[in-house]
Design a protein around this ligand. Sequence first.
Ligand SMILES: [Zn+2]
Length: 268
Amino acid sequence: MAQFFNSIGRSMGRGPNTRQPHPNQIPKRSPVLPASSSAPSFNSASDQNQNEIYSEPASPNPAAQPKPLYLCNPFVKAALVKGNFKTIVAQPRYCDLNEWVAVNIYDFYTNLNMFYGILAESCTPSNCRTMSAGPTLDYTWIDSSRKQVKLPAPTYIDYVMSWVQQTLDNGKDFPTKIGVEFQHNFPTIAKQIYRQLLRVFAHIYHGHFTHLLHLSAEGHFNSLFAHFLAFGKQYDLLDHKDIKGRVGEAVGVGDLWEKWKEMGILEA
Ligand SMILES: [Zn+2]
């Protein structure tokens, strides 16, 4: 297990701003993510952030699409961690729940950002004109005038990652100083971040899995994603519909989630 974390650069602490956007991905405007007024709770499955919605299907016949490589053997079972993640996601006995969620979100973000950094050369506005996550699914962004817009994937991802980095660093939402407590809406913020990171994972699997294969990184990435899913399920940070999508607008990695449950990598 230690080898897995060392190999993907996991850190147990939450540190200073480490995000270094690819030159092609400097945001042209600030991301807009509305705050939620819902009562936050880690045990609530309610949908608390609707800042993006699903767009219209791009193809009327998703069944005609070939099976994605990440669902095929041997790639679907490539992993650095054998077994499931039940132990590793368990809250340590003397660790505060918010702190445990915060440090794990920090690690997922850091590792995902690292993977995206090595894929960024292939994720360009011309290669990825939309934030695709399945044959018939493009995520859309709601801009400052509340209008749904399709963005190139690198732009969308840069907005997401910049927003997450700012949230981690503002000293308020992820407090790091002694005497500064987590705010009551921390679970809501955690879920908002989780939903957006899931979309980045989903785009990478859908649009860039062959690049991961060329780098022989599929085992690393699968283990990171399986850990992310297991942790999200354990602390109710994930909504089922975000993983599976809607009828005619399936999220590609929704099938991976099902497959890993069949294989015992994730809890059913
Ligand atoms: Zn891309």
